[in-house]
Write a protein that binds this ligand. Sequence first.
Ligand code: ZN
Ligand code: ZN
Length: 338
Amino acid sequence: MLHGVKDLRVEEVEVPKVGAGEVLVQVRGATTCGTDLKIFQRGYVEKIIKLPTIFGHEWAGEVVEVGEGLEWPRKGMRVRAGNSAPCLHCAMCQKGKYNLCENMIWLWGAYAEYVKVPSRMVLVNMQEIPQQVSYLEAAVTEPLACVLHGVEEAGVKLGDTVAIIGAGPIGMLHLLAVKKMGAKKTMMIDLVDERLDIATRLGADETINGGEEDVVESIRNLTDGYGADVVIEAIGLPATWEQALKLARKGGVVLEFGGCPPGAEIKVNAEQVHYGELTVLGTFHTTPLHFRRALDFIASRTVDVRPLITREMRLEDIRKAFEVLSTSRNEIKIGIIP
Ligand SMILES: [Zn+2]
Ligand SMILES: [Zn+2]
């Protein structure tokens, strides 16, 4: 249970009771996420998470109870679901912007033995996991879905040069995705050499340590002086949002992916946007369509997420897992096993 900033406790709670249309799943694997770490360290908007709550949102497991009125799923099925389900009938949903649904429901509770999936989520965002996919791999569907939505909006194309700021789990997933989309050259930027080494092992063509090198100059040198076709910010700080703008070529695209603290503002050079035809876009979360696609990509190993789970820990050590994540230079995602 998360009670507040840095206040995560292991508690015994009742196994949730299942009502009509709902499904109870025994969690078999969960994965830690940058968002979880952010919430643990600094809190979050109440619209999305109300405290105290069971924590975590990336999970997969086995169906143990199926509520009245459901023909699918069946007991014993391996599934993943959530962490969101749009309503399909608000103004945003009607425009196809399911990720911006006005009535979105969010599901927390990955770091637990059981999770109850609400009926709407069973209908629009629960999938069966193919046999060859492990529970931990399936748990990574959520962040990959967010990344697939982002790179699709950014319009990454065959032959693009792509600079990614932040070699954390989200930056790494972007790296894997844009390589599959045909990026000609991927350039990873971070302050931690150990993370950049992991990025290299995952296929990054170039790595830049922003603490040791002039990032703008390095990106220029690696792109014949022009800047990158696509720049992706995967940290969520105003300083790196601004840095991202400086790394794009004329006519390039900047995807500001990482969520900044509330109230944050950035400076944008109007000349660069106008004369340089810069496209700056933000993307938030993802849609049921992308959850489906992400799981398919994980299953086909089109995007192999296994190397991102760098360690496994038991559920009772969840506090320690977050301490490890707060300080470690080597861990990307920790698999949590109940
Ligand atoms: Zn996540
Ligand atoms: Zn809606």
